[in-house]
Design a protein. Structure first.
Length: 398
């Protein structure tokens, strides 16, 4: 006998969370890794960090953002794989095509998660049926996802985390408060360990307790997030699914296995700049404000900024300024643990240059931009090391 279900009333939001995404892609591409504890991350013999781990490795206590050395001790038989971010982005885009086949209202929250607005329209489409169709399609790709179905982003995200991997948790309209009440406060995004301790001192350990908290106490424990957190703990979250988010900056950084002298770290600046420039071109953007970040062995971090006269997406225009910025951060005998480069103040690339010799300069720049895009395509097809641009000037630094 078929079970009659009440039609969904009001908003319907799905939260799609890919399960152990990077590790799952590695197991997809290499069948020998299936069923084995796989850790994607940096070298456990140095300062590497775990990007993600398969569920077989998580059974040993391995978690994302854990030091690789710690993960190696917990799971000595793990298979270690260096991250392949280009491949992960490629698969993530395949997943997004599946999501957009269901609705154009898709908000990409990160490389492995997204929100969908599947509020029933005139057709009365069932949000749960959409969720099951997505899960089936992802499974057909050889991957797995967990899905939360609810009336808001907050509840959908919390729901998707309850039965991983491969879970589908549905919180129907009117059930939000009852679903949230027994869960720990840490189940809500934005409430980290420090906030949990502050709430604990008030005797608040569950979302139900947070939902009943008065405004003053919530502000004392959580600051400006307090009032919002209380409402979300009650299941109230009016945020809409946002299909486009303006990119404010693009950056790249590298943590070195061993601390480097400044002169040697300066040699590592060029590939960081080239990568950022390539990502700008891929998005059809250019930037004016350049930032170089340095972290020293004592974990102190300093940065320096420079704003160019006009936006650029070309590494040969960014690199001289980046070298100047890095040199300004040098100090006697200093060594570098981490080096980063970023660009902000983003806009569309300048097509015409307001110079005395504008026609010739614009033509030169157009040729440089065309060459850069050709090199991007070659690297995309044959790998990042397939070709390397010769740039004027030394490596700089001091």
């Amino acid at each position: 006998m078929a079970v009659e279900r009440t039609a969904w009333r009001g908003r319907a939001i799905l939260h799609i969370d890919m399960d152990a995404f990077f590790a799952s892609v590695e197991q997809l591409d290499d069948p020998r890794l299936r069923g084995r504890p796989v850790i994607v991350g940096g070298d456990p013999s140095s300062r590497g960090v775990v990007a993600t781990a398969s569920y077989e490795a998580r059974a040993f206590g391995v978690r994302s953002a854990m030091a690789s050395a710690t993960a190696a001790r917990l799971c000595p038989d793990a298979v270690w794989v260096r991250p392949r971010f280009e491949r992960y982005r490629e698969v993530a885009e395949d997943v997004r095509r599946v999501l957009r086949s269901v609705t154009p209202l898709v908000e990409v929250a990160s490389i492995d998660e997204a929100y969908l607005d599947v509020t029933p329209g005139e057709t009365g489409d069932d949000p749960v049926a959409h969720a099951r169709a997505i899960a089936d399609a992802v499974r057909g790709m050889g991957l797995s996802c967990s899905i939360g179905v609810a009336t808001s982003k907050t509840v959908a995200k919390i729901a998707s985390d309850q039965r991983k991997p491969g879970g589908l948790v549905v919180v129907r309209p009117g059930e939000e408060a009852a679903f949230l009440a027994p869960l720990p406060v840490g189940a809500m995004s934005g409430i980290g360990p420090a906030a949990q301790k502050r709430l604990g001192r008030l005797g608040i350990f569950t979302l139900g307790g947070l939902a009943a908290l008065d405004e003053a106490s919530a502000a004392a424990a959580l600051g400006s997030f307090g009032q919002v957190a209380v409402l979300r703990a009650r299941g109230i979250d009016p945020r809409a699914v946002v299909t486009e988010r303006p990119v404010k900056s693009i950056s790249n950084e590298a943590t070195f296995p061993a601390d480097l002298p400044f002169a040697e770290a300066a040699q590592r600046l060029e590939p960081l700049v080239a990568k950022v420039a390539s990502r700008l071109r891929a998005r059809g953007l250019a930037g004016r404000t350049l930032t170089v970040k340095v972290r020293y062995p004592d974990m102190a971090t300093r940065s320096a900024q420079m704003t160019l006269e006009q936006p650029t997406d070309l590494e040969q225009e960014m690199l001289p300024a980046a070298r100047e910025l890095l040199a300004s951060l040098s100090r006697p005998g200093a060594r570098v643990r981490l080096l980063g480069f970023g660009v902000s103040g983003l806009s569309e690339p300048v097509q015409q240059m307001a110079l005395i010799d504008a026609e010739r300069s614009s033509s030169d720049r157009d040729r440089a931009s065309a060459l850069a895009r050709n090199l991007d395509e070659i690297r995309k097809r044959f790998g990042p090391g397939a070709v390397r641009r010769g740039l004027k000037g030394g490596t700089g630094g001091s």
